[in-house]
Design a protein. Structure first.
Length: 229
């Protein structure tokens, strides 16, 4: 039986598959944030005194600032192309839950940016002097943080949808609300590198991810509707 819930899941899955296919036809859009992150991680040690102890102290800041800035690079294109060709209007008129459809698009952004950055992040941390024992925890922290960043970024992408060249405005809107992710993510990484328990910071990152998953899709859908009017 094709219930409304099953229909919504099928529609969201179809959008996810479509966006992934389109993204792989334009690899530059999703490889750029990854390349930016890797370049920052490689060049960062060259700008400071080559002392491993100093690298370890600066590694959390380097990782999380790089993650935040790299995740912002692709946000401007999250809804823009579909708004230009009228796809978003078709989503509104489709009869499917608009929030679920936009959540599928946000999931695509995370799969193409947040997940690769989370996988590369521990390697960058090791290059900055992080011990191998801290790698699983750093990966988990980056994973949770990247999910929250993508969800919060979708709100900014929706609000700036009708603004021409709104990349700068998007950054100004998103950066303030991502500060808690940056603070607790860096704190967790500091504790993990030092060998201390980072469970509290990781729980806070997980709580922020759940809260963002609950509220951000609703806010993003409202923002996109306003921009389309």
């Amino acid at each position: 039986m094709n219930t409304p819930r099953n229909s919504a899941v099928a529609a969201a899955t179809a959008i996810l598959q479509r966006d992934l296919l389109l993204a792989f036809r334009k690899p530059g859009e999703w490889l750029q944030p990854l390349a930016f992150f890797v370049l920052v991680a490689v060049l960062f040690p060259l700008a400071v005194t080559p002392e491993m102890a100093l690298f370890r102290q600066l590694a959390p800041a380097a990782l999380w600032v790089s993650l935040l800035l790299a995740s912002l690079l692709a946000l401007e294109f999250l809804f823009r192309e579909d708004a230009r060709d009228g796809t978003l209007e078709q989503y509104v008129l489709s009869g499917q839950p608009f929030t679920a459809l936009l959540l599928a698009k946000t999931a695509t952004h995370w799969l193409l940016t947040g997940l690769p950055l989370s996988l590369v992040g521990p390697v960058a941390a090791i290059s900055l002097g992080a011990p191998l024992a801290a790698v699983p925890g750093i990966f988990l922290a980056l994973l949770l943080g990247s999910v929250t960043l993508s969800l919060l970024g979708s709100i900014g992408a929706g609000l700036t949808l009708g603004v021409r060249r709104g990349g700068a405005l998007l950054s100004l809107l998103v950066l303030p609300i991502t500060v808690p992710v940056l603070v607790f993510g860096a704190k967790a990484t500091v504790m993990l590198i030092a060998g201390d328990g980072a469970a509290d910071a990781l729980y806070l990152l997980a709580a922020m991810s759940v809260l963002a998953l609950t509220l951000a899709p609703l806010a993003a859908a409202a923002a996109v509707r306003i921009s389309l009017e």
